[in-house]
Design a protein around this ligand. Structure first.
Ligand SMILES: NC(=O)c1ccc[n+]([C@@H]2O[C@H](COP(=O)([O-])OP(=O)(O)OC[C@H]3O[C@@H](n4cnc5c(N)ncnc54)[C@H](O)[C@@H]3O)[C@@H](O)[C@H]2O)c1
Length: 423
């Protein structure tokens, strides 16, 4: 081997995508292993498992120059702690979860749409086919309506005097401000006018409720000359079913209850939601595909999304193994016992996550308002759009398949003695 070849062979680089050392292309930082100041006796020291533990990528990133692409910056400089978890989350999502056979559920907690993340991130994820079904807090979908209606939501400050804000007809979500009368109450007024329309006069699940609202949201967007600002409108167009885990716990639920006092016939049935969401996960598995969850924050949307597997296994007694992919961004700790901070390995014990798939589980402890735009950019820059799965249109067929399998696995009859109907 020539001396040039021998030096080249010793040039290695950090490959943060695969965590393996590779031969360096010219753009990466090179170094000479043989030129360290380490004494010879230390180099000779042998320990049985040392090489195994130290087989990870060397942490030696290039200097940041200000010209890097964002996705490259994440790959090359998010190397430890929650930065590394965020990089791993971006890579898991983009390289594995976006495979064509993976059905992706996304849960949304915390005040994301008031912070503008509906427009900036969630709508693009829906449009790109990177999310197939959603469970959100009602608040996220309610505040989404202001954007569709062209009612301004404005930046404020968490230091503002709330008594003064109240006197000035303004409400505050930390450092975001909304008009009380001309945004909140105006949205409520319009919402009530919609909820009493004929198509709402029946029992339904929240996917149908939000789909019907999404049709109005899409129309308001169009009239206002706005494009792609509303999650509900984007989900309506893409056939992405949107659920809420606590239908009464938001201003949408409050207005549903308000018009019920006047004899409105709309009745939300949460059992429809439980079974439909379960049917998506079962359908993903039975088609030979896989199922994954992206959990933004914790709260009841996280559980509602994850309880689909226990519903299959524990309640419907159908043999199944758990989610294939788990990605969560949260601020919640696991040691309080709350579900918001519960880890994927704890979820294994409940059958929510397949134990064989734990390597494909990432939890990043950070603020979703930081992580969501970064992951969205990373995925859009590194992965082509996927065709929309349009689960909303397949609810009936998937529910029939779930029901058929339920009766096949259980010696049960219809409670009234009739033959179960699958079609
Ligand atoms: N006007 C409304 O309709 C309205 C307004 C606010 C809340 N609500 C209702 O209150 C309930 C609670 O909603 P919520 O939005 O307060 O959820 P939440 O704040 O309880 O979120 C659940 C968990 O997610 C995590 N989380 C929240 N924000 C995060 C962030 N930025 N980064 C990382 N992790 C984060 C936290 O661990 C939190 O415990 C919902 O049912 C909601 O609909 C309604």
């Amino acid at each position: 081997m020539s001396s040039t070849q021998s030096i080249a062979a010793k040039l290695v680089r950090v490959d943060s995508t695969t965590n393996m050392a590779k031969k360096a292309p010219s753009t990466t930082r090179g170094y000479r292993e043989d030129l360290s100041e380490m004494p010879d006796w230390m180099k000779k020291k042998k320990c049985p498992n040392r090489d195994k533990y130290l087989s990870g990528a060397r942490i030696l990133p290039k200097n940041i120059k200000g010209k890097e692409k964002l996705a490259d910056l994440i790959d090359e400089t998010f190397l430890a702690y929650n930065g590394a978890r965020l990089r791993e989350g971006c890579q898991l999502f983009t390289q594995k979860m976006l495979e064509p056979d993976v059905t992706i559920g996304m849960s949304l907690s915390g005040a994301l749409t008031p912070a503008g993340l509906g427009c900036s991130a969630i709508v693009p994820l829906i449009k790109a086919g990177f999310v197939d079904w959603i469970v959100a807090t009602g608040a996220n979908l309610y505040h989404d309506l202001h954007f569709a209606l062209n009612y301004p939501v404005r930046a404020g400050s968490f230091k503002m005097d709330d008594t003064e804000l109240r006197d000035n007809d303004i409400v505050r979500v930390y450092d975001v401000l909304l008009g009380y009368s001309d945004c909140l109450m105006a949205t409520d007024e319009i919402l009530r006018g919609i909820l009493v329309q004929p198509e709402f006069q029946k029992e339904m699940g929240t996917a149908e409720l939000h789909y019907l609202l999404g049709r109005y949201a899409a129309e308001w967007e169009r009239k206002a000359g706005l494009k792609d600002v509303s999650v509900l409108a984007a989900a309506y167009r893409a056939g992405v079913p949107c659920y809420t885990s606590s239908p009464g716990d938001s201003t949408i639920g409050m207005n549903v209850a308000g018009v019920e006092l006047r004899g409105n016939k709309l009745r939300i049935n949460p059992s429809i939601d439980v079974n439909e969401t379960t049917a998506y996960v079962l359908a993903a598995k039975r088609s030979g595909g896989r199922s994954g969850v992206v959990l933004w924050g914790g709260g009841s949307p996280k559980n509602f999304m994850l309880q689909t597997e226990p519903q299959i296994q524990e309640v419907l007694r159908i043999k199944e193994y758990g989610q294939d992919f788990f990605l969560q961004v949260t601020d919640a700790r696991p040691d309080t016992g709350g579900l918001s901070g519960a880890t994927p390995s704890e979820a294994v014990s409940w059958g929510k996550v397949d134990p064989n798939r734990l390597p494909d589980a990432v939890v990043c402890y950070t603020d979703t308002t930081i992580a969501m735009p970064l992951l969205t950019h990373y995925a859009l820059s590194r992965h082509a759009p996927r065709p929309h799965r349009r689960l909303y249109d397949q609810r009936r067929a998937m529910m029939q398949a779930l029901t058929r399998e339920y009766f096949a696995h259980n010696k049960v009859k219809m409670l009234d003695g009739s033959t179960p109907q699958f079609d």
